[in-house]
Design a protein around this ligand. Sequence first.
Ligand SMILES: Nc1ncnc2c1ncn2[C@@H]1O[C@H](COP(=O)(O)OP(=O)(O)OP(=O)(O)O)[C@@H](O)[C@H]1O
Ligand SMILES: [Mg+2]
Length: 209
Amino acid sequence: MSELNKESYVSRVLVFNPKGGVGKTAVSLNISLSLGHRIITNDQFSIVNQVLPEDKFIILDKDDKLIKSTSSIPIIYDFGGFLDDRLSDVFSMVEKVIIPILPFKENLQISLDCVEEIKELVSEDKIVLVINQVTDSQYKEIYKILKVFCPKIPVFPLKRSTVFYHMILLKRSISSISKDGGLFTYHFKTVADQFDLIIQNLYEKKDEK
Ligand SMILES: Nc1ncnc2c1ncn2[C@@H]1O[C@H](COP(=O)(O)OP(=O)(O)OP(=O)(O)O)[C@@H](O)[C@H]1O
Ligand SMILES: [Mg+2]
């Protein structure tokens, strides 16, 4: 990944799931720490202010309007919850929509319904699913089901790992932490590799446009 130019990544990414606790902020933070995107979130209790410098995040108040940024500053919108008027503006601006979901089969129908709703707001080729906190065997099973219902949508696994705790504490990307050597590398290489694939999916081959 290091050989790729940071400017070649999509500059408007939405990380969205109306459901709480699925990993939206964890995913957003690691993309920001890896590629430098600024995070804009509608979660007033977000922890982004504990991790990122002042100029790298905006926490929107309930009544704050979303300014349609015309600048080229790369932005990740970390949005949860339903019925936020600002969401339709965000959907019209973004080039990718990452939907983190949890790997519980009892929640899968809700996640599939969520994908169907998002498909009405944004073209399917912009959508990416991340199955978060998933084991290899859970992933195999869920992947099979997802490929029946949304065969065209890329799906990525992300295992449960304490590296997310270290990322918040150290304010450094997972990939960078995993290169610290010793036990950090031993424990975190797999999850770092998994996240690299998610980041590679944000890479834009501008020459081919
Ligand atoms: N793959 C993972 N492994 C271990 N912990 C994780 C992982 N993904 C997320 N977490 C942790 O799980 C908790 C919930 O994740 P997070 O806050 O990112 O979810 P969220 O979708 O942003 O929730 P909310 O809707 O409340 O904003 C956090 O403590 C986060 O650090
Ligand atoms: Mg959050």
